[in-house]
Design a protein around this ligand. Structure first.
Ligand SMILES: NC(=O)c1ccc[n+]([C@@H]2O[C@H](COP(=O)([O-])OP(=O)(O)OC[C@H]3O[C@@H](n4cnc5c(N)ncnc54)[C@H](OP(=O)(O)O)[C@@H]3O)[C@@H](O)[C@H]2O)c1
Length: 251
């Protein structure tokens, strides 16, 4: 998968030439501590969707990194809004990527973790019905599952009036899912930011003006700003930027 539109590092230490998949993997390597990484794509003017979906913002370089990030995680965290809207199917990885995981003692596939307060979920949706690993659903204590959901997913109840994301994340870590990749959407990202749970943001910037209308990559009630450190800037030959930021740890 190293073919396609070349991606180069432009900061820090530019001029290394097109990055291979192993080099890209090293740039996004697993953390040594429990870690929550969030991945989004946005337009240059900050839109989270084009024609209501993320697909119009994404291209081959973004999909390449998106797939690598999935290979690197233990748990794949997705909010119910995005899962329903984008029609998530089963999490799939190529044979090479499954082998990469096995060689490192990881489960062959990451576990899909859905965040839903309402449990308005369709057990027949591909992400549940065809899942290679039984998904988990973080939900409220009193939420009532629809018929069939308990057959295809395990519920983790955390929080009474809302899903307590800190408690949910702690439970995932207790179950061995230390490296969590969140693929959105904006309301979940906003809530994770407000709860100060985000360790990393991987942001792809597509070189286009989407214009007014679409939302941002974050949504929901306002919260305190959180400072980040820039770790790298990658540029694809088609003008797409890939930025990696991590939490600014107090020194
Ligand atoms: N550009 C990108 O990279 C990207 C990535 C992802 C999504 N998107 C786009 O974002 C849009 C969907 O976003 P959305 O506004 O529906 O938001 P969302 O964040 O995907 O989903 C919100 C839902 O998450 C569930 N939830 C439960 N507890 C929560 C908590 N504590 N905090 C936050 N959410 C909680 C709720 O589901 P229940 O209703 O089941 O309770 C809530 O309705 C779509 O247009 C999608 O295409 C873009």
């Amino acid at each position: 998968m190293s073919g396609g539109t070349p991606i180069e590092r432009v900061w820090p230490a530019p001029g290394t030439g097109p990055l291979t998949d192993p080099q890209l993997t090293a740039l996004y390597d697993r953390a040594t501590q429990p870690h929550l990484r969030v991945n989004f794509v946005a337009s240059a003017d900050g839109a989270v969707t084009l024609d209501d979906y993320s697909a119009g913002l994404s291209g081959q370089p973004d999909k390449r990194v998106f797939g690598l990030l999935r290979m690197l995680c233990d748990g794949l965290l997705v909010a119910a809004g995005t899962l329903r809207h984008e029609g998530y199917g089963a999490v799939r990885l190529s044979a090479d990527r499954r082998a990469w995981r096995r060689e490192r003692g990881l489960a062959e596939f990451p576990t899909l973790v859905v965040v839903s307060g309402s449990l308005d979920l369709d057990p027949a949706q591909g992400c549940f019905a065809d899942a290679p690993v039984r998904p988990l659903v973080l939900t409220r204590s009193d939420a009532v599952p629809p018929a069939g959901l308990a057959e295809v997913a395990d519920l983790i109840r955390c929080g009474t009036d809302h899903v307590d994301l800190a408690a949910g994340l702690a439970e995932l870590r207790r179950r061995g899912l230390g490296q969590v990749l969140c693929e959105g959407g904006p309301h979940l990202f906003g809530a994770l930011t407000a709860a100060d749970l985000v360790d990393e943001l991987c942001l792809t910037v597509a070189p286009l003006l989407a214009g007014a209308g679409p939302g941002r990559i974050t949504a929901g009630p306002a919260s305190a700003p959180r400072h980040l450190s820039l770790r790298h800037v990658l540029a694809a030959a088609d003008g797409v930027l890939m930025l990696r930021y991590t939490r600014d740890h107090p020194t």
